[in-house]
Design a protein around this ligand. Structure first.
Ligand code: UDP
Length: 378
């Protein structure tokens, strides 16, 4: 038996790792242990409950107002102690969070091999996204197995002199998570039934799904986004569904510019973060997506939803290349212009609204589990 320790701390990591944990769990010869750092407590717990996952170890490291350096120090110490107790044969980390970076480093200090899920994403700019671009670059020279979601990501790793035989193009596990969740919602509509009350009064209106939480958009960017949302709502024929991220840099700015949640602007529906089944259903119901999220850029094309990305650069160029994503930055006029263009020009809309999966085929987790099992046998 080989022990595989899977480490994660945030909502996107949980969404992208639950299919891997399931696949590893059903692979003979592997004993799977899961450790959550709870870098983002509430959002993480939403996913754990939907995916029916009870972590073996919960470090519960979230602190209000945590700084990056204090968080990283606590992650490194906490995860090191877990590894000393668990003595894993392999450590699995995902993506570009502080948890992934510190988990890889703690494993390296113990000479435990690391498998990196969603390896090779690069924007080329260490401040966009910040600090994720550097987090994932730090994992690269440490990892012994690199699961690149796409050929572009694999090529980026090769340019950094990562040994080609350690790089595997698997697809992104977010597509596995999305397909699994869609099937569950189809089988049990009550799972996402809470959306009925939200969507019912909007019949006849176009729907824009909005998410924003990037650190580099805090401040002026967030205020510009809020003003753009107001102008979109002022059209009258369009509603915006906006699950507001709990980061204190988001909600108060929105309240100050958009107005109070209740009674203010009925076209801008601000909700608490949606659990994954509700979010997947909202994605399927909307006409287009306005987001600065990484994961949402990967999910929207799978459902044929145009996504306008409120960032200057992206480490996920596949959606842009395929024509379903467009970078619009955080300039208020540009956001408004791009949204209006899609709402008013059916040709422009049709050109972007094409269901396809540049990020994966829904079988990434099975490939990853097999490759890890294979590495354990050698
Ligand atoms: N998501 C969710 N509920 C929401 C908003 C987003 O479940 O209210 C999901 C979304 O489907 C995607 C993930 O959260 O899979 C993206 O997480 P986030 O935007 O926090 O992080 P990023 O992907 O930018 O790292």
């Amino acid at each position: 038996m080989s022990t595989i320790l899977v480490i994660f701390g945030t909502r996107p990591e949980a969404i992208k790792l639950f299919p891997v944990i399931r696949a590893l769990g059903s692979t003979p010869g592997l004993r799977v242990r899961t450790c959550v750092t709870a870098q983002h407590r509430g959002l993480l717990d939403q996913v754990l409950s939907i995916a029916d996952l009870t972590p073996d170890i919960d470090l519960d490291l979230m602190e209000p107002g945590q700084t990056l350096d204090r968080l990283t120090a606590r992650l490194l110490t906490g995860l090191g102690e877990v590894m000393d107790r668990e003595r894993p044969d392999w450590v699995v980390v995902q993506g570009d969070t502080a948890t992934a970076m510190a988990g890889a480093l703690a494993a390296y200090y113990r000479q435990v091999p690391v498998a990196h899920v969603e390896a090779g994403l690069r924007s080329g700019d260490i401040y966009h996204p910040w600090p994720e671009e550097v987090n994932r670059r730090i994992v690269a020279p440490i990892a012994a197995l690199h699961f690149a979601p796409t050929g572009t990501a694999a090529a980026a790793l090769k340019r950094e002199n990562i040994a080609p035989d350690t790089i595997h193009v698997t697809g992104n596990t977010v597509v596995d998570a999305l397909q699994w969740t869609r099937a569950r919602v189809a089988a049990d509509p009550d799972l996402a039934g809470g959306l009925d009350d939200v969507l019912a009064p909007l019949t006849g209106k176009r729907l824009v799904l909005v998410t924003t939480h990037r650190r580099e958009n805090f401040g002026d960017g967030m205020a510009a986004i809020a003003r753009a949302l107001v102008r979109i709502a002022d059209r009258g024929d369009t509603a915006l569904l906006f699950p507001v991220h709990p980061n204190p840099q988001v909600g108060p700015v929105m309240d100050a510019i958009i107005g109070a949640k209740e009674g203010g602007r009925p076209e801008i529906i601000r909700t608490a973060p949606l659990d994954y089944p509700h979010f997947v259903r909202a994605l399927a119901a909307c006409d287009l997506v306005l987001s600065d999220s990484g994961g949402v850029q990967e999910e929207a094309p799978a459902l044929g939803k145009p996504v306008l990305v409120m960032r200057e650069t992206t480490e996920r160029p596949e959606g842009v290349a395929a024509g379903t994503a467009r970078l619009v930055g955080t300039d208020e006029d540009r956001i408004v212009h791009e949204v209006f263009n899609l709402l008013d020009d059916s040709g422009a809309y049709a050109a972007m609204a094409r269901a396809h999966n540049p990020f994966g085929d829904g079988h990434a987790a099975a490939r990853i589990a097999e490759l890890i099992a294979d590495a354990c046998r050698h």
